[in-house]
Write a protein that binds this ligand. Structure first.
Ligand SMILES: Cc1ncc(COP(=O)(O)O)c(C=O)c1O
Length: 473
C-alpha cells in the first residue's frame, strides 16, 4: 500500500525521536567522537529511490539504527576540530519547537513571532557584545553568509560613493573594489568576495610575518596610494590557528582617517567582549561598519546560525531589494526580513537564539565563555608541562596551537609526524582535532567552544595525543 504522510504518524514519530534523542544525549559524554564503523554505517544508506515508502516510523527507525553510528559527535565534549559549539538545552528545545511550528522568518505577515524574536535577539546580542550601534542586521546561516551580508553592504556603500547602484546595475565597467586586510583573513570572507562579484583576487593581504600578523604601515601606504578613493578594510577578531586578533582599534583609526569601510569578522572572537578577562582583545569592534558573529560556534545554538550586523540598515535594504506584486511592500511599517538579507523564505533561527539568551542571560553566557577560557588555559598549561609537546603560540582565547615534538626527533621530521598524528587522531575517534600550517609548522589547533566540555575532557585529549604520538614516533 502506498505510504502517504498521515496525521496518525505524528505521535509515534515524536515519541521515537524524543526517546532516541534522549538516549543519544545521555551517552554523548562517554561515546567516541567518531565510531570506527562511521563510514560503513553512512555508506549503508546507499540504494535506489524506494518505489514504495516504508512509512514515517520505519524510516526514522532506520535513521536511528544506522545514523547514530554514522554521525560524528561534533556536539559532544571532546570535539575540538574546526570551531564547533554544542547546543544548549534551551536551544535544543526551541529547535524542536521550530520544527513543529515551522515558521517562515521572511516577514511579519507570515510570522510575527519569528520576526520579533529576530529583532529582539539581534538587539540583545548587540548589548551583550557591547556593539551599541549595531542593533540592525539579519540572522544568517553562519559566518560565511554574515561576511557575505557585511561585504554586500560594503560593496553597495562603495558603489554609492561614486554614483553607482551595484545591486541594481552590477559591477561591469566599474573599477576594481580595493579590499585590504591582514594575513588572518578567513577563507569565508574571500569566498564572499567571489560570490559578490568583487572577485576573490580583489583582496590584498598585508602580513608582516609567516603567521599572518597584519602589517599596518604597509596597509596604510596602500590606503594613501588610493588618494581618497573608497576602500574596504577587513579586520579579523579571532583567527582560526591560535585565536589571535588584528589590532581592530588601529584599523578603525585607519578606516576613519582614509574614509574606508571597516568590516570585522568576529565569528567566534567577538565573544571575547563578553568577559572582562578578554574584552580588550576585540577593542574597537564597536567602531566597525559591519560585523560578523556566529551563532553555532560560541553561542552554542544548533546549526545553522550566524549574525550580520550593519550600522546603516538602509544599505541592507538597497543591497537585497526583493520586490514583486504578490509580496509585502518592503517600505511597509511591518518588517520584511527577506528584503534586507540574502534569503527570502528562511528558517526561524531566532527561536533558538532568543531561548538561549532568555534562559541563561548575560551572566550565564559569560560563565559559559569563561569556562572555555579556563579550559584553554588548562590545555596550554598541560602542553607546556609535557616534554613531548610544544606550544607554538600564545593562547589568548579558546584555541591552543601546538605540535607533538618529542625530544630527539629532528625539526625536518616534525611536519610529517604531526600530519600523521592528525590523521591517527581522526581514525581513533576518542577525541577530535584538526591540523593546520602555522608559519610553516604543521600543528594541532584544538578549539574549545562547547558548553559540555569539562576539564577531564581536556585531560583526556592530551593523554590521547601523547599516546598516539608515541605510537608513531
Ligand atoms: C573567523 C571565521 N570567520 C568565518 C567563518 C565561517 O563560518 P561558518 O562556517 O559559520 O560559515 C569561520 C569558521 O570557522 C571563522 O572562524
Amino acid at each position: 500500500m502506498t505510504a502517504l504522510p498521515d496525521r496518525s504518524e505524528i505521535e509515534g514519530v515524536l515519541e521515537l525521536a524524543a526517546s532516541e534523542a534522549k538516549r543519544y544525549l545521555a551517552g554523548l559524554d562517554d561515546r567516541r567522537v567518531r565510531e570506527p564503523g562511521a563510514e560503513a554505517a553512512a555508506h549503508s544508506f546507499r540504494g535506489p529511490l524506494p518505489e514504495e515508502g516504508s512509512g514515517a516510523t520505519q524510516a526514522l527507525r532506520e535513521l536511528v539504527d544506522r545514523g547514530m553510528e554514522a554521525t560524528v559527535a561534533t556536539s559532544g565534549p571532546r570535539c575540538f576540530h574546526l570551531v564547533i559549539g554544542g547546543t544548549t538545552p534551551a536551544a535544543m528545545g526551541a529547535d524542536l519547537l521550530t520544527c513543529a511550528l515551522d515558521p517562515i522568518a521572511y516577514a511579519w505577515m507570515v510570522s510575527p513571532l519569528a520576526v520579533e524574536l529576530e529583532r529582539i535577539s539581534l538587539a540583545w546580542l548587540a548589548e551583550l557584545l557591547d556593539i551599541p550601534h549595531h542593533e540592525h542586521g539579519v540572522i544568517t546561516t553562519g559566518a560565511t553568509m554574515a561576511n557575505f551580508v557585511g561585504l554586500a553592504a560594503a560593496r553597495q556603500w562603495w558603489g554609492e560613493r561614486q554614483d553607482l547602484d551595484v545591486a541594481q546595475d552590477g559591477l561591469a565597467g566599474a573599477p576594481a573594489v580595493p579590499v585590504l586586510t591582514g594575513g588572518y583573513v578567513h577563507a569565508s570572507s574571500v569566498k564572499a568576495l567571489g560570490m559578490l562579484g568583487m572577485g576573490r583576487g580583489s583582496v590584498r593581504k598585508f602580513s608582516r610575518d609567516a603567521v599572518g600578523r597584519v602589517d599596518l604601515p604597509a596597509l596604510e601606504r596602500a590606503l594613501v596610494e588610493l588618494e581618497g578613493r573608497p576602500a574596504i578594510l577587513i579586520a579579523n577578531a579571532g583567527e582560526v590557528n591560535a585565536g589571535d586578533f588584528d589590532p581592530i582599534d588601529a584599523l578603525a583609526d585607519l578606516a576613519a582617517e582614509h574614509g574606508a569601510w571597516l568590516h570585522v569578522d568576529g565569528a567566534f572572537g567577538l565573544f571575547a567582549r563578553v568577559s572582562p578577562r578578554t574584552a580588550h582583545l576585540a577593542a574597537g569592534a564597536e567602531r566597525a561598519d559591519s560585523i560578523t558573529v556566529d551563532g553555532h560556534k560560541w553561542l552554542n545554538v544548533p546549526y545553522d546560525c550566524g549574525f550580520a550586523f550593519v550600522r546603516d540598515p538602509g544599505l541592507l535594504a538597497r543591497s537585497f531589494v526583493y520586490d514583486a506584486a504578490y509580496l509585502p511592500d518592503p517600505d511597509d511599517a511591518e518588517p520584511v526580513m527577506g528584503a534586507i538579507g540574502p534569503e527570502s523564505s528562511r528558517r526561524a533561527r531566532s527561536l533558538t537564539v532568543w531561548s538561549t539568551l532568555r534562559a541563561y542571560g548575560r551572566s550565564g553566557i559569560r560563565g559559559m565563555i569563561e569556562r572555555n577560557l579556563d579550559h584553554a588555559a588548562h590545555l596550554a598549561r598541560l602542553v607546556d608541562e609535557a616534554d613531548d609537546l610544544e606550544r607554538l603560540a600564545e593562547a589568548p582565547l579558546c584555541i591552543v596551537c601546538f605540535r607533538y615534538a618529542p625530544p630527539g626527533v629532528p625539526e625536518a621530521r616534525l611536519n610529517e609526524l604531526n600530519a600523521r598524528l592528525g590523521e591517527r587522531l581522526l581514525e581513533d575517534g576518542r577525541v577530535y582535532v584538526g591540523t593546520t600550517n602555522f608559519g610553516g609548522k604543521t600543528a594541532l589547533r584544538p578549539a574549545l567552544v562547547n558548553w559540555r566540555t569539562r576539564e577531564e575532557d581536556v585531560d583526556q585529549f592530551v593523554e590521547v595525543v601523547r599516546e598516539l604520538g608515541a605510537g608513531l614516533s
